[in-house]
Ligand binder design. Sequence first.
Ligand code: PMP
Length: 308
Amino acid sequence: MERTTDNRFVWLNGHVVPLQDARLHVLTPTAQFGANVFEGIRCYWSAVDSQLYAFRLEDHYARLLTSMKGMRMEGSWTVEELRQALVDVVKANGYREDIAVRQTVYLDGFGSWSDTGPLGMWVAPIPKKRMDSTDLQGLSAGISSWIRISERNLSPKIKLGANYMNSRMALLDARERGFDTALFLNEQGSVSEGVGANLCMVRGQQLITPPNTASVLEGITRNTLLQLATELGIAEVHMRDIQPAELQEADEVFLCGSAVELTPLLSIDGRRVGSGKTGPVTQSLHTAYLQVVSGEMPAYRSWLTPIY
Ligand code: PMP
């Protein structure tokens, strides 16, 4: 059955309920101040195995628990409880297709932004198709005049709802300037990340990405791609600061994240990147990534959690 907003199910605080009934109070600190931490998790359908695989759940939950700790959110769920909530709600929806799941821990109650509890959680899956590896759609990006938040103000390592207001400013500005998306520099003037995705650059056989100290979220996709690039011999991996001018000299630049998978950037600030088309390293990595997430590479099966 096709699910719409009218017949989707969401997990809210221990119950699977119709989306329309999953309600929070207007005075919750999450509604008032964006006091929530979350994960965006992908599950990929394998027609061969007739199975839906959640990708790197343990790593998402490790990061979610770290985000909670960072925000001094008290009270917790075990990893097993977090996993079970996701499995239950995906099953309740009966999805047998690629999906994206938002799992959010929020500050509940009637309180202030400084409260540490009570906490609530919701888990909401929606259908989201993988990108077609043979026809990767590239984007134009503009380097933002907004600087990425740093460890000195709001930690970019925490996946906090409120952090995305920094991304919002950059993205809306970029669109006003005619670009599809935005790139952030950090306080040091080096390249940081995109809006909701990490950045990688290819020069020759080198795959280069900014280090964890460059005001980035430590992305699970980025981590996956660095490992695949090395282990499959696709490229030599380097984590180092990238100066904005280097992006103009790159052969390939792409964004990576659970939502965007690998998305090539074909121009930056109006200047063409490399050939202006999806490059061979981006292409090989995307193909390998999709094989891994859909269970076609046995060596990486331990990253997958079967839903059914
Ligand atoms: N940076 C930011 C700010 C993000 O929101 C995301 C998406 N979660 C990423 C990077 C990529 O992280 P991941 O690969 O774990 O989805």
